[in-house]
Ligand binder design. Structure first.
Ligand code: NAP
Length: 183
C-alpha cells in the first residue's frame, strides 16, 4: 500500500514542491491549503499529471476549530482510501508572512504569527500523533532566521526558533516509535 503524507501549505511555494516530490516516490499526498483553492487544485493536478495521487484539504490554521475539522476531513478521506485513519508523513510547512520590525508588529500581528507558525504545527502534530504509523516522519519547515534572527522579521524569527525547539523535543519523545523528524 502507498504511504500517505499530509503537507500543510502545499498549494504553492516550497510546500507544493515538497508535495510533488513526495508523490514521485508513490506517496499519496493530502495537499492542505488556507484560502487558495484553485492553487491547491493545481498542485493536485500537477501530481496527477505526473502519475501520482493527491487530494486537497482546506483549513485556516489560525483557527483551532478549523484544525480539528481538517483532521475530521482527513479521517474521512483516509478511511475511504485505505479503510483506516493512519498515515505516514507529516510536513508542517505552512507559515504566515512576516510582519516586519518590532515597532511595526501589533499584538494582533504577533498573535497571528504565533497562531499559524507555532500553535498550528503544535496542534496539527498533536492530532497527527495518534494517526501516524510507527516508523513515520515529521518534517518541520523552519528558517535560518531561527538561529540568526532578523530585526526585519521579529515575530517570524521568534516563531521559527520555537519550531526548532519543538522539533528537538519531538525527536526526544518519538524516537522510541522510530518516528524521525527533520528541521
Ligand atoms: N520562501 C523562503 O525563502 C523561505 C525561507 C526559509 C523558510 N521558509 C519557510 O518555508 C515554508 C514555506 O514557505 P513559502 O515561501 O513556500 O510559503 P508561501 O509561498 O507563502 O506559501 C504559504 C503556504 O501556507 C499556506 N498558509 C499561509 N497562511 C495560512 C493559514 N493561516 N492557514 C492555512 N494555510 C496557510 C498558504 O495557503 P493559501 O495560499 O491557500 O492561504 C500556502 O500554501 C514556511 O514555513 C516558511 O517560513 C521559506
Amino acid at each position: 500500500m502507498s504511504k500517505i503524507a499530509l503537507v500543510t501549505g502545499s498549494s504553492r511555494g516550497i510546500g507544493r514542491a515538497i508535495a510533488i516530490r513526495l508523490a514521485k516516490d508513490d506517496i499519496v499526498v493530502a495537499v492542505h491549503y488556507g484560502s487558495n483553492k484553485a492553487a491547491a487544485e493545481e498542485t493536485v493536478k500537477m501530481i496527477e499529471d505526473g502519475g501520482g495521487q493527491a487530494f486537497a484539504l482546506r483549513a485556516d490554521l489560525s483557527s483551532v476549530s478549523a484544525i480539528h475539522s481538517l483532521f475530521d476531513e482527513l479521517d474521512v478521506e483516509l478511511k475511504r482510501r485505505t479503510g483506516e485513519t493512519r498515515f505516514d508523513i507529516l510536513v508542517n510547512n505552512a507559515a504566515a508572512p512576516g510582519f516586519g520590525r518590532i515597532e511595526m508588529t501589533s499584538p494582533e500581528d504577533f498573535d497571528r504569527q504565533f497562531a499559524v507558525d507555532v500553535r498550528a504545527p503544535f496542534l496539527v502534530t498533536q492530532l497527527a500523533l495518534e494517526r501516524l504509523r510507527d516508523d513515520g516522519r515529521i518534517i518541520n519547515i523552519s528558517s535560518g532566521l531561527a538561529v540568526r534572527p532578523s530585526p526585519q522579521a521579529a515575530a517570524y524569527s521568534m516563531a521559527k526558533a520555537a519550531i526548532n525547539a519543538f522539533t528537538v523535543l519531538l525527536a526526544m519523545q518519538l524516537g522510541p516509535r522510530r518516528i524521525t523528524g527533520e528541521l
